[in-house]
Design a protein around this ligand. Structure first.
Ligand SMILES: [Zn+2]
Length: 351
């Protein structure tokens, strides 16, 4: 792109400026947010990795809506799986730094591993209300039960028995021997929604809480509790979370909480051999990239080191809108936006 002559650049810029005028300024209004209602949003990555351009889209949209409706924008680090999504200590800071660099106005940074007692207290309420039970069935039995829609014997145990079993999950049961399930509907059309797991035992050291906790909430439970606790009323997410939403709806129903509004947006992806986090990890391991911040990596750090300006990323995201279709990052468009912004700021400086 640097090889374009000055006139070619000016032509590009003028084309872009023309397009820009035709586009709507900012994001569309939220029909439900009326009468000065504040809109609170959250960006909730897992600190088991670093942020890529797809994350930037969600973070910017959340931040923009919170700003537009004078609400709060939270960064919530979802770190309650110390085994398969083991948190990386460096990622906690790096994520917050990236989000700030993108120009987001963070009201508070929430770490879910700090909120374990809160999740336990809500779990206990559900057990006491007879809406959750500790299941000690083996995987195969439970799998076939769920497929056939059959309730296991654990489901009809008394509240007292379940409270006692919940206590045993904290110390006696071994990993894999017991889980806490939410009573949903054993005949739900989606098998995975049937009595989904709220908590499981993981005997693995957590980088922050060390060995203090061994009973960890799964994503859907922790997310539902936090969305309520933080008064989140707008959740921006990709289509792949549709089933999670169905699962979480039960938590909201049982506590009689109002559910947040959902804005389903297409995922912003990159083309090529670095399309996935696993590709980047592999490239780093093989020495083809120097790290997550290598300018060739499609991470936020990579874009920063490539010289891309956060204002350009923000404008790109806003101009792309909130459609449901997935899209690929158009590097030429991003560069054109960057040049156009520089052009404007130069003009302003000269005036
Ligand atoms: Zn069972």
């Amino acid at each position: 792109m640097n090889k374009l002559s000055r006139s070619e650049i000016e032509l590009e810029v003028s084309k872009y400026t023309f397009l820009e005028k035709k586009q709507r300024e900012g994001l569309p209004d939220l029909q439900w947010a009326t009468n000065g209602m504040r809109v609170n949003t959250r960006f909730a990555p897992n600190p088991s990795g670093f942020l890529h351009i797809g994350h930037a889209k969600v973070a910017i949209l959340c931040d923009e809506y919170a700003k537009k409706y004078s609400g709060k924008f939270y960064v919530r680090l979802e770190d309650t799986d110390p085994k398969t999504k083991k948190p990386i200590l460096k990622a906690y800071d790096s994520i917050v730094e990236d989000v700030k660099w993108l120009g987001c106005n963070i009201a508070e940074v929430i770490r879910q591993s700090d909120r374990m007692e809160l999740y336990y207290s809500y779990a206990k309420k559900l057990i006491e209300a007879g809406m959750a039970y500790v299941c000690t069935c083996d995987k195969e039995t439970m799998h076939s039960n769920r497929l056939s829609g059959t309730a296991c014997a654990c489901r009809s145990l008394s509240v007292r028995e379940n409270v006692e079993r919940w206590g045993r999950m904290m110390k006696d049961y071994k990993e894999g021997e017991a889980v806490l399930r939410l009573k949903t509907d054993m005949s739900h059309s989606n098998v995975s929604v049937r009595d989904w797991v709220m908590f499981r035992i993981i005997d693995e050291e957590h980088p922050l809480t060390k060995d203090r906790y061994r009973v960890w909430p799964l994503y859907n439970f922790a997310a539902a509790i936090d969305d309520h606790e933080l008064s989140i009323n707008l959740v921006i997410r990709g289509k792949e979370h549709e089933i999670n939403q169905m699962k979480q709806a039960y938590v909201f129903k049982y506590f009689s909480w109002s559910k947040p509004h959902i804005l389903e947006v297409g995922v912003l992806k990159v083309r090529g051999e670095m399309a996935h986090k696993s590709d980047i990890r592999k490239a780093i391991a093989e020495g083809r990239l120097t790290g997550w911040d290598d300018p060739r990596a499609p991470t936020i750090m990579g874009f920063r080191n490539r010289g891309v300006k956060p204002e350009a990323i923000r404008k790109y995201v806003i101009d792309s809108g909130i459609g449901k279709n997935d899209s690929y990052l158009d590097i030429q468009k991003l560069s054109a936006i960057g040049r156009s912004l520089e052009h404007h700021s130069r003009e302003e400086a000269e005036q």
